[in-house]
Structure formats: structure tokens, C-alpha cells
Ligand binder design. Structure first.
Ligand code: ZN
Ligand code: ZN
Length: 162
């Protein structure tokens, strides 16, 4: 497992179409879409392949995130797995991932994939019930007797003054 996000393409250039295993650790905190969170660890594990003249990189990103639940404020400790599959173009001019020479840095592509693929909210668990808007009870730990039902169409109409 490399500590660098740079793939050395020397072997791949000599063996077009051959898949090489590649893994790296990287710093993902900046790429997280969450407000109160940091990445404890982020790992890419996959393969790369020279498809003359482009290079394909594919595999999975596993990111361990700790922070505060965006719905109830409790501690959140989650692991997300995100599939990664990108083509890097040689000397491309358009807006796509590129590589130059014998090295390919996948860090930006890893960050972009996380930004796009992670959920927008960090939750302590997928079915977090959140906080009661009236009494502030954490509904994961206790229930309350507040009436938080939305006003229905009839009660809204009834209150309208013509
Ligand atoms: Zn929560
Ligand atoms: Zn309540």
C-alpha cells in the first residue's frame, strides 16, 4: 500500500492491456461534503491498465469518517465504500483527467469521486430519527409526546381568511 497517489506507469506502458494492482492511502478530509467531519483514513484499492494511449484506473475507495450527525448532533462514525472508475487521457486538452509522461496522479480524481458520491448528510446511522423540533429530545434515545404532525390541507384552508 503506497502513501502516494501517484501511479508509476513504466511497466504498464510495456504491457498494454495488462491490469496491475495499485493501492494507496490519501488525505480525504478536504473532499468530504460534510460540515462537521474529518476522514480518519481513506484508501484506494484497485487496478490500472494502459489502453494505449489512455490509462484506466478502477477499484474502490474506502473512507472512514468521524464527526457529528447532521440530523441529531450525536457522534457519527461511519465507513463508506465508493466505486472508482476513471480514464486518464494522454495530453488531452478538454476538461478531463490527464496524465503526462510516466506518472499519473489520481488524487484529484479520488477527491472528486468522493465529493460526488458520498451522501450530502453525515448521519450517525441511516435511520437516525433526529431531534424533536418542539422539545429537543433525541428521538433515537427517547420518544416524546409532542404533536409534530404537519398541518394538513384542510386545516390550512380553514385558517385562510378570504
Ligand atoms: Zn443522528
Ligand atoms: Zn418532542
Amino acid at each position: 500500500m503506497s502513501e502516494k497517489t501517484t501511479v508509476n506507469l513504466a511497466s504498464a506502458f510495456a504491457n498494454r492491456g495488462t491490469k496491475y494492482p495499485y493501492g494507496c492511502r490519501f488525505d480525504a478530509t478536504e473532499a468530504l461534503p460534510f460540515v462537521n467531519a474529518r476522514a480518519v483514513s481513506a484508501v484506494f484499492d484497485g487496478e490500472y491498465c494502459f489502453e494505449d494511449p489512455d490509462v484506466d484506473v478502477f477499484g474502490n475507495i474506502t473512507v472512514h469518517v468521524i464527526g457529528l450527525c447532521d440530523r441529531c448532533g450525536d457522534d457519527a462514525d461511519r465507513i463508506f465504500m465508493v466505486p472508482f472508475d476513471q480514464t486518464f487521457y494522454k495530453d488531452a486538452t478538454s476538461d478531463c483527467y490527464t496524465y503526462n509522461g510516466g506518472r499519473l496522479d489520481i488524487e484529484k480524481a479520488l477527491h472528486d469521486e468522493l465529493s460526488l458520491s458520498l451522501p450530502t448528510l453525515l448521519l450517525c446511522r441511516d435511520d437516525c430519527k433526529g431531534i424533536c423540533v418542539k422539545c429537543g429530545a433525541n428521538l433515537n434515545r427517547q420518544s416524546c409526546n409532542c404533536d409534530t404532525s404537519e398541518p394538513n390541507a384542510f386545516s390550512v384552508l380553514k385558517d385562510l381568511k378570504f
